[in-house]
Design a protein around this ligand. Structure first.
Ligand code: SF4
Length: 347
């Protein structure tokens, strides 16, 4: 094993450390570094240092609530909530009492956002109703995580109290899903146009994805200026059609988290990883997703009783890795400031 860092890699890391972002070739050079070599660890340390400085040591927890379990007819191949997976044969929507309990508990435990996820066929009218309900009950910012939307629907989400929208062009979009990448990108533009914060993740990464396709999505996140855009690995649920490909390790994911962090440069205000893990928290990630309700990675209807990690576990992970979950979130400052200005002008 080489003990030195090549001048070419050192130059790329220097540019990354300055928050200038990386181009395709530079990112691909980093993607090819041997996983256990000194250069990979230098990459992760560079991304870690950049995040700690830019994010002021803040550890973010965005609390995922999967609102409904349903056999989704869109049949994305990596998802447990599909007709084809055959795990869930009936639709279940968690009731208002349960949603309020989850939201209030998350707020009491210091969640920085509520990430409300639905299957692709969930009615938007009901989603807006839930947004209004939770907005009236908690102060925690609301992030929508649902199907593609139009401008009119984006404005309705804002009016219902949402400030952010999680939306990704997934790896294998159009190949492992029935949705066209262009449609997903059009929705990202809608999100930006209406003034919602666009949250993103390069996901769900598996061993079969080429460095080129992974880097393409990192560059997309930079181009559209995501609020955050880290990396999530694919979890193969029992019986998943993707099982034959295997899964990447947490260490491999941490290396990708570091590459994506340097690609993003000074654009983001946080950097995510999923599922919660310690390695990525020393490679540029500071944002974790505790989870309850439905999950595309779980055979349990309520992932809080399955794979999903609790918020206190995520807060402990943050502290163990030197991130402070009690500091104020960096993600919604603009949105909150905008809201306050609006309120003040109404007085
Ligand atoms: S990822 Fe979303 S749209 Fe695709 S099958 Fe799962 S719930 Fe449906």
């Amino acid at each position: 094993m080489s003990w030195t860092i090549s001048p070419a890699v050192a130059d790329i890391l220097k540019q990354g450390a300055a928050g200038e972002g990386l181009n395709r070739d530079q990112a691909l050079t980093l993607m090819a570094l041997p996983l256990h070599g000194r250069e990979s660890y230098a990459l992760m340390q560079t991304a870690d240092a950049l995040s700690r400085e830019r994010f002021g040591g803040k550890g973010e927890n965005h609390f995922h609530i999967g609102l409904n379990v349903a056999p989704c007819p869109l049949n994305c191949r990596f998802c447990a909530l599909t007709v084809e997976a055959g795990i869930f044969t009936e639709s279940v929507t968690f009731d208002d009492g349960q949603l309020l309990e989850w939201a209030r508990n998350a707020e009491a435990q210091g969640a920085d956002a509520l990430n409300l996820m639905t299957t692709g066929n969930f009615p938007l009218a009901r989603f807006l109703e839930i947004g209004r309900l939770l907005k009236s009950a908690v102060r925690t910012p609301l992030v929508a995580n649902t199907r593609d939307i139009t401008h009119k629907e984006g404005e309705a989400l804002l009016a219902a109290g949402f400030v952010g929208f999680y939306h990704a062009v997934r790896l294998g979009e159009g190949r492992d899903t029935p949705l066209k990448p262009e449609k997903r990108i059009a929705t990202i533009q809608v999100i930006k146009d209406v003034g919602l914060c666009w949250m993103n993740c390069v996901e769900p990464v598996g061993p079969e994805h080429s460095p080129a396709e992974i880097v393409e999505l990192m560059l997309l996140a930079r181009r559209y200026e995501a609020t955050y855009s880290g990396v999530m690995r694919r979890i193969n649920f029992p019986g998943s059609p993707m099982s034959g490909h295997g899964m990447i390790s947490e260490l491999e994911m941490a290396r990708l988290v570091a590459v994506s962090r340097l690609v993003m440069g000074d654009i983001p205000v946080a950097h995510c990883t999923h599922e919660p893990n310690g390695a990525a928290l020393m490679a540029g990630a500071n944002l974790l997703f505790p989870e309850v309700g439905a999950s595309p990675r779980d055979g349990q209807a309520d992932t809080g009783k399955g794979r999903g990690q609790a918020i206190d576990r995520c807060r402990t992970l943050h502290r163990e890795m030197g991130w402070d979950p009690d500091r104020p979130s960096n993600c919604f400052r603009q949105a909150v400031a905008g809201g306050q200005m609006k309120m003040e002008s109404q007085v």
